[in-house]
Every structure is written in structure tokens, then in C-alpha cells.
Write a protein that binds this ligand. Structure first.
Ligand code: EPU
Length: 331
């Protein structure tokens, strides 16, 4: 394991906030994780993945933990499925690339999402009609309180839209160390979302779908290696039907998606109507190609991002009466 004191978290968050952590510790096995938990139990602990869905608002006065476990193994198979158990610190996109290369499908629509396996199972990341929960069979986690291991089935993870039990009732209580995915040997492409079908063309393979998803994402979303961001900053709100109808009566062609319990209106559309697309506040910008994304355009301080997000939420609330909420975690 490695333990460092008073280090900059700049390389560990994709928003590129230059804040410091009092302690940063990286472990290479579950045993080392347990030792770290024994050392720091009772204090402030934050476990990060690749820092691609969080906003550090100030220096972190506690212990930041990170996993250096980065392997994946096949644990079972039958005539239709393959079960892959991946370590929490493996970059999810690296796993997806290897799987697509082997013709194993189920995760190809999640290609190019920044982040590591453990965090993606907390956040239930999703894209192009697939969410992590659709392929997660179970997760293994370690209790912060006593270091004991517990397996959570998919149902026990209580997955929702960018949501799980680990963000709610069990927040701060478990560290996911492994994720078991159930994947397919026979390819059934899921191409219903947006223009994915057109981009893929005929005779799709897991790899050709992956490549199409990467192309679409590159056109719309900033590369975190070039421009700091945390992907979508807000969740897409699901509003009561009457709210949608009132808006549809006033605007031509409101994009919307029917959902259980309401209608989903893209936050990107709401934000654009409020005039925020491309606008800057300090060094923070509402991204010009996809206003759901906030970017660190010019050495943004944490408060620039916080203030821009608050101003956008206020604008959307005033114009449409809809509360949009961040999907990014403020630390
Ligand atoms: N739109 C606008 N103006 C724009 C861009 C988009 O009005 O400038 C509207 C359009 O009507 C468009 C709709 O927003 O049809 C939806 O846009 P898009 O397909 O790009 O998806 P999204 O709802 O903005 C969600 C996820 C993304 C995921 C994409 C594709 C959330 C919060 N975001 O975005 O996830 O990649 O769908 O599946 O659900 C992330 O979580 O970090 C992320 C990037």
C-alpha cells in the first residue's frame, strides 16, 4: 500500500480542482484495505474511483482511499452467459474494450464512460439505453465499520436512475471491492437510443457498437483528458404529466420520454431554453455542445462551478417550475 500526506488531488478528479487531501492511501488487496480501515476507523474517509463524478469544493480534511486492484476474471459460464468478476479499481472502459474484443456483449453501450468499476456500481452509470444494473449480478463489499465482507445481490443494491442503496441508506458504510457482471455470448444489440442505429450500420458486432458509441460521445461530450468536467452535471428530471403538458402547450416540439410515474424532459433542453448553453461564470462554463455538462474552461475554482450550477438550477426553476438536481457528488 502507499500512504501520502497533504497531497494535491488534481490528478484524481476529472474536473481538475486543485484541492488537497490530508491523507491519500492506495491499496492493492482487500487485506490492505482492511488494514487501512483499521488505521483510520472513526475518522473522515472518502473512497474515490477515477474522480469522474465528483466535485471537490474544498480541501479534504480526511483520508482519501483509492484502489490499485485492477484485474478481472471469468468465474463461471454456461451456453449463453459468461460471469466476469472485476476489481473495483479497474477502468470500466478497459474492461469493456477487452470484452468487445472477445465478442462478449452487454456493456458495449457503456463504452467511453470515464470511471472505475467500483464507482460505476455505486452510481449505476448509464448510456444509450443500458445501465450498469442491467449487467451487474452482484457486488462484493467491505464494511467500513468492521471490515467484514458482504455480497449484495442486484436486488439488494436497489438500483434506480443514477442511484443505489450505496448513495442512500448505506451511504458511507460499505466499499465495493468487486463487481460480478453477467454478460452474453450471443449478441443482441440494443440500438434504440437516439441515432445509435444509424451510426452503427448493418451487421453490428459488440466492437462496432462500441466504436459507434465512442464516436457519438466524442462529438457531444468533452474529453476529460482535454477539458475538465464530470460528464453530465445534472440528472434529467421526471415531471408529472401536467407539468410536461403545460410546457408543451407553450413550446414547439419539447423533447420528452415517457417513464413510469411521469415524463422525462432532458435537462439539456431546459437549460438551453434558459439561455445558459455556452455561458461562463468565472472559469466555469456550461458546455456549448451539451449544456447538461459543466466544464472547467479556464482554471475554474470550485466556487465557480458551484455558483454556475446554482444559477442554472435557479433559472430552470424560475422559467419552468422544475427542480433539476446535480448527479455529481459535492465533496
Ligand atoms: N438536448 C438539447 N440541447 C442540447 C443537447 C441535447 O436540447 O444541446 C436535448 C435533445 O432533445 C436530446 C436530449 O437533450 O435529444 C438528450 O440528449 P442526449 O441524448 O445527449 O442525452 P442526455 O439526456 O443529455 C444522458 C445521460 C448521459 C448519457 C446520454 C446517452 C444523464 C444525466 N445523462 O444524457 O450520461 O451519455 O444520456 O445515453 O442521464 C453522464 O451521466 O455523465 C452521461 C454523460
Amino acid at each position: 500500500m502507499t500512504i501520502k500526506e497533504n497531497i494535491s488531488l488534481l490528478p484524481f478528479n476529472t474536473f481538475r480542482m486543485d484541492v488537497k487531501a490530508k491523507i491519500f492511501a492506495e491499496y492493492s488487496s482487500v487485506e490492505e484495505l482492511r488494514q487501512l480501515l483499521d488505521m483510520y476507523r472513526g475518522g473522515k474517509i472518502l473512497h474515490i474511483g477515477s474522480g469522474s463524478n465528483l466535485l471537490f469544493t474544498k480541501d479534504y480534511d480526511g483520508v482519501v482511499l483509492h484502489s490499485a486492484m485492477r484485474r478481472a476474471r471469468c468465474t463461471n459460464e454456461d451456453s449463453d452467459h459468461v460471469w466476469i468478476e472485476a476489481d473495483n479499481g479497474l477502468v470500466m472502459d478497459e474492461l469493456i474494450e477487452q470484452l468487445c474484443d472477445m465478442g462478449i456483449s452487454g456493456m458495449e453501450n457503456l463504452s467511453h464512460i470515464p470511471g472505475e468499476v467500483g464507482a460505476s456500481a455505486v452510481q449505476n452509470v448509464g448510456a444509450y439505453g443500458v445501465e450498469a444494473k442491467d449487467v451487474i449480478e452482484s457486488v462484493r463489499a467491505v464494511s467500513l465499520e468492521n471490515g467484514e465482507e458482504r455480497v449484495f445481490t442486484n436486488a439488494e443494491c436497489r438500483y434506480g436512475y443514477r442511484d443505489s442503496v450505496f448513495k442512500n441508506e448505506l451511504r458511507g458504510q460499505y466499499i465495493i471491492t468487486h463487481v460480478v457482471y453477467r454478460l452474453n455470448k450471443h449478441f443482441e444489440p440494443k440500438l434504440e437510443y437516439g441515432n445509435l442505429q444509424c451510426e452503427v450500420g448493418d451487421k453490428p458486432t459488440p466492437m462496432s457498437v462500441r466504436e459507434a458509441v465512442v464516436r457519438i460521445r466524442r462529438q457531444k461530450l468533452p474529453e476529460v483528458s482535454e477539458l475538465g468536467s464530470a460528464g453530465s452535471f445534472f440528472k434529467n428530471p421526471i415531471v408529472p404529466r401536467e407539468v410536461y403538458e403545460a410546457i408543451a402547450a407553450q413550446y414547439e416540439r419539447v423533447p420528452h420520454f415517457e417513464q413510469d410515474g411521469g415524463v422525462k424532459i432532458p435537462a439539456a433542453w431546459l437549460i438551453e431554453q434558459c439561455g445558459w448553453k455556452g455561458k461562463m461564470l468565472g472559469g466555469a462554463q456550461c458546455y456549448e455542445k451539451q449544456p447538461l455538462v459543466l466544464v472547467n474552461r479556464n482554471n475554474a475554482a470550485p466556487e465557480d462551478i458551484v455558483n454556475l450550477a446554482a444559477a442554472i438550477c435557479k433559472g430552470v426553476k424560475e422559467k419552468f417550475g422544475i427542480e433539476i438536481s446535480p448527479e455529481v457528488n459535492y465533496i
